[in-house]
Design a protein around this ligand. Structure first.
Ligand SMILES: Nc1ncnc2c1ncn2[C@@H]1O[C@H](COP(=O)(O)OP(=O)(O)OP(=O)(O)O)[C@@H](O)[C@H]1O
Ligand SMILES: [Mg+2]
Length: 231
């Protein structure tokens, strides 16, 4: 395959997602007739007002929730057809997630937090490999001096960079970031987006980023707006 060939990583087709008890007044359609194709190596920003379904969309992609109709296909495989075990593997190995709040474990050091996604993996022989990989990520995030500190001793920006390293430790195919700069000041937000852009450009990692900031969205290769349940 040549460099110019586009390889489809993710395909959403005609997705519908509803919340609330069926047949009652609180039933509402959040996403409807939503279709999207993401090629490997793309960086995409998803914008849209609060409540427009951005997090819902990421949850469907991460297989944390199921659509009421439509197809989510990753690497050519229909997620609805995966077994429970295959879905676990998909969530743990194919997807890396970063959230608005870092969700680091306060009782673990920065380096230990980064290694958490590797603990569930059966291949214990890879422990040294992951340890070295984690150290490499820590250096890259500019956190080497702090590697043995606890989240409570770190700034918001440092915690969020740790969360990026944790999302990258298993080398996922797709990085999902839900308002990762939402709790950061301007300088830290710019720094974080710089890192994500670099991870996309240098590592070729596919990124889908939800953000309220038009400026940050503009740094991604493509901007999608969620409106009335559609893109
Ligand atoms: N588990 C749930 N049960 C019922 N309703 C839900 C659930 N999750 C989300 N919703 C509703 O679906 C709509 C979309 O929510 P979602 O969290 O996807 O929005 P969002 O675009 O991420 O908003 P924000 O920018 O505020 O994070 C909202 O009206 C929300 O109240
Ligand atoms: Mg949200």
């Amino acid at each position: 395959m040549s460099m110019n060939d586009k390889e489809v990583l993710l395909r959403l087709d005609n997705i519908r997602k509803e919340y609330g008890v069926p047949g009652t007044a609180n039933r509402r359609t959040v996403l409807s007739k939503l279709s999207l194709i993401v090629n490997r190596g793309e960086s995409i920003a998803v914008i849209g007002p609060s409540g427009s379904g951005k997090t819902t969309l990421l949850n469907l992609i991460a297989a944390l929730d199921k659509p009421d109709a439509g197809l989510v296909e990753f690497n050519g495989r229909d997620l609805a057809k995966l077994t429970a075990n295959e879905l676990d593997t998909y969530r743990n190995r194919s997807i890396g997630q970063i959230f608005q709040l870092h969700h680091l474990l306060p009782q673990c050091t920065l380096l230990e937090n980064i290694l958490i996604p590797t603990l569930a993996r059966p291949d214990k022989t890879k422990r040294l490999f992951y340890r070295e990989r984690a150290e490499g990520l820590v250096k890259r995030m500019g956190l080497w001096e702090m590697r043995n500190q606890y989240p409570g001793q770190l700034s918001g920006g440092e915690c969020q960079r740790t969360a990026i390293a944790r999302a990258l430790i298993i080398d996922p195919d797709l990085l999902l970031a839900d308002e990762p700069t939402g709790a950061l000041d301007e300088a830290n937000a710019a720094n974080l987006i710089e890192l994500l852009t670099e991870i996309n450009k240098l590592d070729g990692k596919t990124i889908i980023l939800v953000t309220h900031s038009a400026e940050l969205a503009g740094r991604m290769g493509r901007v999608l707006e969620l409106k009335d349940g559609k893109i």
